[in-house]
Write a protein that binds this ligand. Structure first.
Ligand code: HEM
Length: 502
């Protein structure tokens, strides 16, 4: 027991203890006590024993978990000068993931990338994308009516199309798009980099990256080099497309991040342009990577909720029909008039947050917080799952109940979970306004036009199923049987007409 406590004791500074947490074992820390697939659940369970701020050790890494929104706000927002770094992960650079600036350390390069994204996606600027988002959502409905069983792929197409249009002014094909494939190849290659059996050896033996190909143990190097090539391809291909498009389309009709910044770049000294261009390329691919999976996963969760809770869908449809009628489609102006639709979106992101541990921050310097010592370099996790499962704030938290966001007279409460599902402080998601508009447009348009229900067996009975979730880049439901059909008053031709008018 003395040996076990040694690492804890050594880490005390000037009498300040680490936050409470389970006792780590030498070398491995707490790794065997944690659900490695859904660690947020273990951290949430530990809240009862250790409280809202707890310390765990994963191998040699200090990890501080914040299990409540007030703690997250205190540390990640009020002390954001300390807690805006990212943890160091040994596989990032070898796998080319350092080109994704969401993992970049807090510093000048991150600042430049972030400014580029902010200028295009801040609330007022993001308005410019709304007509395109509305068009894409309506196109998605046409695809859903044509081919309902492919709903998941229609969500991916919608999410990729919004992102590619906003970033590169590129319209991907509905299926088999070469640019989307290039990025997907990179995501697939890069996902491998997060597996522990790759991170651990690269942490301990960085020379693995320099082994000759014939040498045993060089497979990590080959895999990493492949991922790096995919990263370069997914960065360069769409960027070159956007550059070319600017040259060929003189009267450039669509706003996009790349064209906007290539124009701005001309106002800077020639010597500064390579740095600016490199940051623009990395900001662009990051924006795509950060938006596609998250948006698709949220729409899958919405669909699951609608299949499991038909009364919720019917109440939303009654609201839409009463406010905008049955011969029109929802537009942004209708949003404040549809509180129940809004409550469904809030409940969707709360019920199954797509990033349950958000994206981890790290401490750039050591700190003393509420009498606890926080070591420099510690990973700091805002546990969104714990916040969203807080029974005192959300009674019966595991159930899908949009009404929890409505007052007795049917107006919205002040509680908006989007304030914690998009991250925190200086690292808060810079695409949140565009993401929010995509989710609203897609969900409101689907509710206005489609019915969702259980798939039926040969005898016409509901096919029951137990929802299962995947946890890769995001947390999302695994494909489940469901039936999606146009509402009785909706026809494809009406939708196609609306598409051309829109
Ligand atoms: C439903 C959709 C989305 C969700 C749930 C989501 C959520 C998040 C979260 C939780 C973070 C981490 C924040 C933190 O570290 O505290 C993040 C970061 C980020 N998101 Fe989003 N996001 C979404 C869509 C988008 C979109 C559409 C964009 C497009 C611009 C985007 C761009 C980014 C970028 C660039 C970062 C990294 C920021 C940084 O490290 O400074 N996201 N997002």
């Amino acid at each position: 027991d003395v040996i076990r406590r040694l690492p804890q004791a050594k880490r005390r500074r000037k009498g300040f203890p680490l936050p409470p947490g389970p006792t780590p074992v030498p070398l491995l820390g707490n790794i065997f006590s944690i659900d490695t697939v859904e660690p947020w659940k273990t951290y949430t369970d530990w809240k009862a024993t250790y409280g809202e701020i707890l310390y765990v050790r994963l191998l040699d890494q200090d990890v501080v978990v914040l299990n409540s929104q007030p703690e997250v706000l205190e540390m990640l927002e009020k002390r954001s000068q300390i807690y805006s770094d990212r943890p160091f992960i040994a596989s990032l650079v070898p796998y080319g993931l350092d080109r994704n600036f969401a993992f970049a350390p807090y510093g000048d390069h991150w600042r430049l990338c972030r400014r580029i994204i902010h200028q295009t996606f801040r609330a007022e600027a993001a308005f410019a994308f709304r007509p395109m988002q509305l068009r894409r959502a309506r196109q998605m409905i046409v695809n859903m009516i044509d081919n309902p069983e492919q709903y998941s792929s229609h969500y991916s197409t919608f999410s990729a199309a919004v992102a590619m249009s906003a970033i590169y002014d590129y319209e991907p094909r509905t299926r088999d798009d070469p640019m989307v494939h290039a990025v997907e190849r990179f995501i697939e290659a890069a996902i491998l980099s997060s597996a522990l059996w790759r991170v651990i050896p690269l942490t301990i033996f960085p020379f693995l990256m320099h082994l000759p190909d014939w040498c045993p143990g060089s497979s990590i190097k080959r895999e990493a080099n492949h991922s790096k090539r995919c990263a370069t391809e997914s960065i360069e291909k769409p960027y070159q497309y956007a550059q070319k498009r600017m040259q060929t389309v003189s009267d450039h009709p669509n706003p996009s991040m790349v064209s906007d910044h290539i124009t701005r770049m001309q106002n800077h000294d020639e010597s500064y342009r390579p740095e600016y261009e490199n940051a623009l390329k990395e900001a662009s691919v990051t924006a795509f990577l950060a938006s596609a999976e998250t948006t698709t996963s949220t729409l899958l969760i919405f669909t699951l909720a609608m299949v499991l809770h038909p009364h919720v869908r019917r109440r939303a449809q009654a609201e839409i029909d009463a406010v905008i009628g049955m011969d029109a489609l929802p537009d942004y102006d209708d949003r404040p008039l549809l509180p129940y639709v809004e409550a469904i979106i809030r409940e969707t992101v709360r019920w199954q947050p797509v990033l349950p541990c958000s994206v981890p921050h790290a401490a750039a310097t050591s700190d003393i917080y509420k009498g606890f010592y926080i070591p420099k370099g510690a990973t700091v996790i805002g546990n969104v799952w714990a916040i969203s499962r807080d029974e005192s704030r959300y009674p019966n938290a595991s159930e899908f109940i949009p009404e929890r966001f409505l007052t007795a007279d049917g107006t919205l409460t002040d509680d908006d979970p989007l304030q914690f599902t998009f991250g925190f402080g200086r690292r808060v998601c810079p695409g949140r306004h565009t993401a929010d508009a995509s989710l609203w447009t897609a969900i409101a348009t689907m509710l206005a036009t489609l019915d969702f229900s259980h798939a039926k067996d040969a005898e016409g009975r509901d096919i029951e199923f137990e929802p299962k979730y995947a946890n890769g880049v995001t947390h999302h439901p695994i494909a489940f049987p469901c039936s999606i059909s146009p509402r009785s008053h909706v026809s494809k031709s009406v939708l196609e007409r609306a598409l051309h008018v829109g």
